[in-house]
Design a protein around this ligand. Structure first.
Ligand code: ADP
Length: 763
């Protein structure tokens, strides 16, 4: 079975008032091969209009003369309302200008009746329909585009546009006729500012548009109109919301600040009176009740203080103090304050201070303490076993003198996905109803704000194996770093000694290890009396640290190893006191010193004090770069010319403790003067100095025959080879780069001393 596909009929409206002409044209249309044509005849202007409005036509053939009017009029007036029906003008006239007029009226083609053939008609109709289909497609795309579009020709005359563009340009169709190119052009001109279209504009109807301009075909331009009213509105709303939120936040901060202040007054009354009441005669249950009142009151006061602080910071009402304070005392006080809470939980608590930490720093000690109490308090709160260590060191960061504080604990740490919640106000990492610890979630937020005010930084890192580590860097500039330097010099002199800690507790061993690390000492850890005895037999131990909490070790047995021969000085014996609640457990044994808990700077000082008097032999090779043997006291007389006071302080602590005689000159001129009255075996000469630099001073000294052979060692901060060579050319024996490697200097001095002795013996 075959299916016959019938070609679609082309419907043609023939607008023709001449009957003969109609039949003639109809015959020609019927002769068109392939496609059948159904022809509808309209003999008048109005009849044609009616036909068009009643049914769709594929094409209209319009005679030039119709009903006393012209076909051109019909096409431009009626045809414009039927864009899907292309119109072809038929005329008996042979007028070349008519062609152009037909095009301007909107006709798609122009055919002369006297030369009309079926083929001509067929081709014209097919082209007309094809054009209309293309135009319809373009029109559909244009009208469905998300943006308004106006396409202009090379003369800037709008040729094509869509409804969205007309809406943006606020062009309304006239009552009679259609929107003309000129109307669109005028609307565009009205938009221009100084002859240029703006990037964005807002219409009277309060809609906002963004303009896009791109090159069109034939040198024309395409202007697009993007409606951004909703985005602009959203932005406006956001701006408003941000301003409202800021105002509300400010109002809240003010309210909280006032409220917290008001709350504190009665609370202070409650706390004060409970203190007074505690002085009166109370039985034990009344005392218990009173302590609950006091404890709760103090907890409430803490919360109120935190809220007050935060709201004051937010309201910009906190001013930081800037005074000189002792950083080590602030750190030790903080730890002492929290020690009872830590000890009650059986935790080891310590403060480990870098010997280089300057003693006096500038800043707000109370606020530093407040931050530390929060961080160390949290570490104790969230740790059930082990230790909490607060350590501090001095660093230069981006040219600033900075205290780097680290708080480590051996608690459970913080889950990685919760770390972002830290430092956020009112956020608890564990906010479940089952959490073990109370708290407002304000502490870390407050710390962060205070650190921000101090222009410092605070961050969290998970502990190496367990627990949490909080870092705090505070730029607390110091003018008195020499004190730290002096302590460091002493520590360096004892670096390399061997320590033994006897304790079964990991926590204590860890804390003592922190100290041994900062002091450059080697630590042995014995968990039992037996292990300790073995270490003592195999090593020359400078100090033994005994833990009074260790009930498994009998100090008397240990002492037999430590002090085997009565009268002979063995290692220094230090005893770490029990937790305060357990009291002193010295068992009648004479220790060199009993150290109180919590561990602090006192531990370093005690070690230094006892080790220095005992002069233990540092261990060969235990610390790379450290001296292998202590120098025997010598009579080498040294003159040091150095203008920098901290450097003088370090040198004097170090060289004098090594047994040298030392005199100081503050510049080259003073050095030259001093050698006139006193004899020196070695001269240490800084290169850069006021009044007379080291090079010139050396030249003057070398000019004196008596000083020709005295070793002069230059100390130069310059890394340039030629500068160092200048030292030798000036007559220096040797030079050392700055900062001075004291071990290198000491071995240089020892060599000079040996050479001097050899010379003496030979003589
Ligand atoms: P809170 O008053 O709840 O202690 P913070 O702001 O001080 O408020 O701490 C917020 C949360 O961070 C705590 O609830 C706790 O979950 C977590 N956190 C803080 N410090 C530690 C720490 N050292 N170890 C484990 N979790 C901690």
């Amino acid at each position: 079975m075959s299916i016959e596909i019938k070609p679609r009929e082309t419907t043609v409206l023939l607008v023709e008032d001449d009957r003969d002409d109609f039949f003639l044209t109809e015959d020609l249309l019927k002769c068109i091969p392939r496609e059948p044509h159904r022809v509808v005849w309209a003999a008048s202007y109005d009849a044609a209009k009616l036909e068009l409005s009643e049914r769709p036509f594929d094409v209209a053939l319009v005679d030039y003369r119709i009903d006393g009017r012209t076909g051109l009029e019909f096409i431009s007036e009626v045809g414009v309302n039927f864009p899907h029906c292309p119109m072809i003008l038929l005329t008996g006239l042979q007028d070349p200008e008519l062609d152009l007029a037909a095009q301007q009226a909107g006709a798609v083609d122009y055919l002369a009746k006297d030369s009309l053939t079926s083929e001509l008609l067929d081709r014209s109709i097919r082209y007309a329909r094809q054009n209309t289909q293309r135009w319809t497609l373009l029109n559909t795309v244009l009208e469905n585009a998300a943006a308004g579009v106006v396409s202009c020709d090379a003369n800037g005359l709008p040729v094509v546009w869509n409804k969205r563009a007309l809406a943006a340009l606020q062009v309304e169709p006239p009552k009679q006729g259609k929107i003309s190119s000129a109307m669109v052009r005028d609307a565009l001109s009205r938009l221009m500012v100084d002859g240029v279209l703006p990037e964005e504009f807002r219409t009277d109807a309060k809609r906002s548009y963004q303009l896009g301009i791109s090159a069109g075909s034939d040198g024309g331009t395409v202007i697009s109109f993007h409606d951004v009213s909703s985005r602009a509105r959203t932005e406006q709303l956001l701006r408003q919301a941000a301003a409202d939120a800021e105002a509300a936040n400010q109002a809240k901060s003010n309210f909280l600040a006032t409220m917290s202040h008001e709350l504190r007054t009665p609370l202070n009354g409650i706390l004060g009176m409970s203190r007074v009441l505690a002085l009166s005669n109370l039985d034990s249950s009344q005392r218990d009740h009173l302590s609950v009142i006091r404890g709760s009151g103090e907890a409430l006061l803490q919360i109120i203080n935190d809220i007050l602080d935060l709201s004051k910071i937010e309201a910009g009402r906190v001013e930081l103090d800037d005074t000189e304070f002792e950083i080590s005392s602030v750190l030790e006080d903080t730890v002492k304050l929290l020690a009872s809470t830590a000890f009650a939980k059986g935790l080891e608590l310590a403060v480990v201070l870098d010997p280089l930490l300057p003693q006096a720093m500038n800043g707000d000690p109370l606020r530093v303490r407040q931050i530390l109490i929060n961080l160390v308090g949290n570490a104790i709160k969230f740790t059930t076993a082990g230790s909490v260590v607060l350590s501090a060191k001095h660093e230069i960061r981006e040219g600033l003198s900075v205290v780097h504080l680290v708080i480590t604990d051996t608690g459970n740490g913080i889950a990685p996905d919760k770390v972002d919640l830290l430092f956020k106000k009112f956020s608890q990492v564990d906010s479940s109803n089952t959490r073990n610890h109370s708290g407002t979630g304000l502490g870390l937020a407050l710390c962060k704000e205070l650190v921000r005010l101090m222009k410092g930084s605070i961050w969290y890192e998970p502990g190496e194996r367990q627990g949490s580590t909080f870092h705090l860097c505070l730029p607390l500039g110091s003018e008195h770093e020499a004190v730290g330097l002096a302590r460091q010099a002493k520590v360096r002199a004892l670096a390399g000694s061997r320590l033994l800690v006897v304790t079964p507790s990991d926590a204590i061993a860890k804390v003592v290890q922190c100290y041994a690390d900062v002091m450059g000492q080697q630590l042995f850890w014995a968990k039992s009396e037996r292990e300790a005895a073995a270490v003592l037999q195999q090593n020359q131990i400078a100090a033994v640290i005994l833990d009074s909490m260790d009930t498994t070790t009998d100090p008397r047995n240990l002492l037999r190893n430590v002090r085997p021969t009565p009268g002979v000085k063995g290692p220094v014996l230090l005893h770490v006191d029990g937790y305060p609640a357990q009291g002193h457990q010295a068992n009648g044994i004479r220790y060199d010193e009993t150290l109180p808990r919590p561990f602090g700077l006192g531990f370093v000082d005690a070690l230094l004090r006892h080790l220095q008097t005992r002069q233990p032999a540092p261990v060969a090779g235990s610390q790379p770069g450290h001296r292998e043997t202590a120098p025997t006291p010598s009579r080498l007389r040294i003159l040091m010319a150095e203008d920098n006071a901290p450097n003088r302080l370090v040198a004097s602590a170090l060289l004098r403790s090594a047994g040298y005689e030392l005199e100081m000159a503050e510049d080259g001129l003073q050095a030259v003067e001093m050698v006139k009255t006193k004899t020196f075996d070695v001269i240490l000469m800084d290169v850069q100095m006021p009044r007379l630099d080291g090079i010139a001073a050396t030249q003057r000294l070398r000019a004196q025959p008596a000083l020709r052979d005295v070793p002069i060692i230059g100390l130069t901060a310059s890394a340039m080879k030629q500068d160092r060579e200048r030292c030798l050319q000036a007559g220096m024996t040797d030079y050392l780069p700055k900062p001075v490697d004291w071990d290198r200097l000491l071995s240089l001095l020892e060599n000079i001393e040996k050479a001097a002795k050899l010379k003496l013996n030979a003589a």
